[in-house]
Design a protein around this ligand. Structure first.
Ligand code: SAM
Ligand code: SF4
Ligand code: SF4
Length: 370
């Protein structure tokens, strides 16, 4: 029997209201943090709910029928999300990713996408607007998402084998529906589409080769993600991590691959190409090869808290600023102040102490957004 893990304190309630600097500043679009990293990428969690119970993210024993998800009134409205997104874009953000929980569960998400798609960079370019989904509602929604202005999607899929996939999502969701969602998303032009597979030793690592074979020579780019110690409820252990180097070794043994140069600084995935021209695979090595040095990502939780790192234990309450009537200039200056102070580099520090740091003091991935 699995034991229920009860976090010591619900970190969703741990927060601070950002200070408004005495002198307000005009955003230059060139903000950088204490380690010289720009603010380039904003991930927005639009719901903390999900129709899956992936064992590494929302284990059933914790996210059960008694789990207190956020009430509707706590959620940022679409107007609030769009307002904050504009402030972030003025500071240099060019990429917005909607996530969750399962973002396609948020009602009228297409309306939010329309509102975000209307934002441009200060020099008039469109944003890179994307969304990460478990694919369960994708076949139904792909066309309306595309019509609303979404550029592309990333779809999570952890196995091709039905039994293994259902054991991973823990709600008996079938593989075929996700594959169908991928095809429809491709057909309506939501590409290039990336497929994310979290590899957990002993759970789905025998799916590495079948997944690689399936997506080789296809329009989809498969990426293997090292199982991370996010949140406090998945009972993460280092020996359940399969290093990307091992994933690459296993693939290379059957289908030779070689590393490719990164597209841009801060790219999370290391890219590899099949030597026979069969396309690419990516490896996201958050555990064994930390990439904090280039991390330009900010995260906005479902209820409007800014997290400057995936592993942060407290957020900065931007919703409180909005709901207390602060102006855009005040919020923008507060954000600039927060980002300049940012010195997070959790994964690099974890590499020094691989037993995992602060394991009971992290917010859940489904709340902060992956
Ligand atoms: N529900 C959507 C989905 O699954 O794509 C979006 C949210 S989910 C939190 C975003 C990504 O985080 C997914 O690709 C998921 O596989 C990944 N993820 C969740 N928990 C993880 C963990 N412990 N280690 C590594 N990746 C994880
Ligand atoms: Fe849901 Fe995505 Fe987490 Fe799976 S990884 S439980 S689909 S939020
Ligand atoms: Fe960025 Fe934090 Fe992840 Fe490092 S650990 S890459 S700083 S989110």
């Amino acid at each position: 029997m699995t034991e229920k893990v009860i976090p010591l304190a619900d970190l969703r309630y741990q927060q601070s209201v950002p200070r408004i600097p005495a002198i307000l500043e005009t955003p230059s679009g060139l903000l950088s943090d204490a380690l010289g990293r720009p603010l380039h990428d904003l991930r927005i969690s639009v719901t903390d709910r999900c129709n899956f119970r992936c064992v590494y993210c929302m284990p059933k024993e914790v996210f059960d029928k008694d789990y207190a998800f956020l009430p509707q009134t706590s959620l940022l409205s679409f107007e609030e999300i769009t307002r904050l997104a504009r402030v972030f874009v003025a500071h240099g953000v060019e990429k917005l990713r909607l996530t969750g929980g399962e973002p396609l569960l948020r009602k009228h998400i297409e309306r939010l996408i329309e509102m975000l798609a209307a934002i441009t960079t200060p020099d008039g370019r469109p944003l890179d607007l994307t969304l990460t989904t478990n694919g369960s509602l994708l076949a139904r929604k792909a066309q309306s998402l595309k019509d609303a202005g979404l550029k592309r999607v990333t779809v999570s899929l952890d196995a091709l084998d039905e039994t293994i996939f259902q054991r991973m999502n823990d709600v008996d969701f079938p593989v075929s529906d996700v594959l169908h969602g991928l095809d429809v998303a491709h057909r309506v032009g939501l590409g290039p589409i990336k497929v994310n597979m979290v590899v957990k030793a002993g759970a789905n690592d025998d799916q590495i080769l079948p997944m690689a074979r399936h997506f080789k020579d296809s329009p989809f780019i498969l990426r293997f993600i090292e199982y991370m110690d996010v949140g406090a409820s998945n009972g993460w252990k280092m020996d359940e991590v399969i290093a990307s180097a091992e994933v690459a070794r296993r693939i290379n043994e059957h289908m030779p691959i070689a590393p490719v140069a990164a597209n841009y600084a801060g790219e999370t995935a290391r890219r590899w190409r099949y030597l026979d021209g069969g396309g690419e695979v990516g490896m996201i090595s958050s555990v064994t090869q930390a990439f904090c040095g280039d991390c330009s990502r900010a995260r906005l939780s479902t209820e409007g808290k800014l997290y400057t790192c995936l592993f942060a234990s407290s957020g900065h309450d931007l919703r409180a600023l909005m709901r207390s009537g602060r102006s855009d200039a005040e919020i923008s200056s507060a954000l600039a102040h927060l980002w300049r102070k940012r010195s997070d580099r959790y994964s690099e520090q974890r590499s020094i102490d691989t037993a995992g740091l602060r394991q009971d003091r992290r917010v859940e991935m489904s709340y902060i957004g992956g």
